[in-house]
Write a protein that binds this ligand. Sequence first.
Ligand SMILES: *[C@@H]1O[C@H](CO)[C@@H](O)[C@H](O)[C@H]1NC(C)=O
Ligand SMILES: *[C@@H]1O[C@H](CO)[C@@H](O)[C@H](O)[C@H]1NC(C)=O
Ligand SMILES: *[C@@H]1O[C@H](CO)[C@@H](O)[C@H](O)[C@H]1NC(C)=O
Ligand SMILES: *[C@@H]1O[C@H](CO)[C@@H](O)[C@H](O)[C@H]1NC(C)=O
Ligand SMILES: CC(=O)N[C@H]1CO[C@H](CO)[C@@H](O)[C@@H]1O
Length: 327
Amino acid sequence: MAILKRATVCFTFRIMLLLLFCISLSCLPFYPSAKRNDRPIIGVLAQEVYSPKPNQTAYIAASYVKFLESAGARVVPVMINQTLEEYKTLFNSINGSCVSVTRILYPGGGVSIISSGYQRAAKIFYELAIEANKRGDYFPVWGTCLGFEQLAVLTSGKTVLSSTNTSGVPLPLDFTNETKDSRMFKGFPAELMEDLANEPLTENSHKWSLAVLTLNTNEELKKFYKVLSTNTDGKTEFVSTMEAYDYPIYGSQWHPEKNAFEWGRPYIPHSPSAVKTTFYMAEFFVNEARRNFHRFESEDEESKALIYNYNPVYSGPRSAFEQIYFF
Ligand SMILES: *[C@@H]1O[C@H](CO)[C@@H](O)[C@H](O)[C@H]1NC(C)=O
Ligand SMILES: *[C@@H]1O[C@H](CO)[C@@H](O)[C@H](O)[C@H]1NC(C)=O
Ligand SMILES: *[C@@H]1O[C@H](CO)[C@@H](O)[C@H](O)[C@H]1NC(C)=O
Ligand SMILES: *[C@@H]1O[C@H](CO)[C@@H](O)[C@H](O)[C@H]1NC(C)=O
Ligand SMILES: CC(=O)N[C@H]1CO[C@H](CO)[C@@H](O)[C@@H]1O
């Protein structure tokens, strides 16, 4: 009985995820750097609610919305279970998109990753983003935690994750020698980079990770992603931050949005440098979205799609999230 219980705990866990997809419509590949979109709209992917109720079948943690809003973007929720046509229309409307926090049930042992409405939408947006970027249509994508893991699986086409002891632990980043040439950390002040390297400012809530060894021995992943930082649980060295070499695709296994906006767990850091990390990361990604020029067909359609049409609810002191949008 005890064993059974423990097994259930192992197989049922929550992973947080944020995937941001940004879109740029400019069909003139060399022109857009001269222009900037100061009204970016970023799509945040919703995900299944663990125990659905009437009118509460999918959700987005409000911290992802606040994260993007804090850097000057507006948010459109990307609902799950839409048709391919609906996703394509949305893709062409928003200036970016992001897949947020996820609870996923991995069937025991075998990491046969994710067959969910969330996964389906993430895959569609990922593929649209790759195609768009190949055409010179700058479309950034961000994945946090499960979103990071989802990116690794989508890029490699394989279940490449290893189990790690990393649920609920803040860690300093072990930067690689590639960091200084990265797009992501270029705008970070030197002092903050030092604090990130020396203090546990990045919150990890995951049970699966992309091992450095796996990335180095997987041709697809190795040629696609530049590893910017790594971490270890004492046994397995894993990739904690990465950016694609040739695409505006980014992943953090840790949660940049939590430091400023989530308070429900004792291991979330809130020091000044921790909170700055939230805002510098948000600024980086929203700037990426400013390079995208997709738009809604009308102002009316735009206002109907915005997350302002929904109210977040306070989810109580025991929740991992302060506020949640339900759909
Ligand atoms: C669900 O939403 C609809 C439309 O907003 C509303 O009319 C209905 O009362 C809601 N049902 C519940 C159980 O809250
Ligand atoms: C999405 O579709 C699946 C399969 O049809 C269904 O079980 C699930 O309830 C749907 N979820 C939402 C949020 O619509
Ligand atoms: C997991 O890591 C924590 C510290 O973050 C440690 O206290 C614990 O003993 C570790 N568990 C195992 C099974 O290694
Ligand atoms: C970066 O580090 C790797 C391994 O740690 C090493 O193989 C490589 O030569 C280094 N690159 C530079 C530019 O120093
Ligand atoms: C949805 C959205 O904000 N679209 C914007 C994308 O960029 C263009 C160009 O700046 C804006 O006009 C759109 O409103």
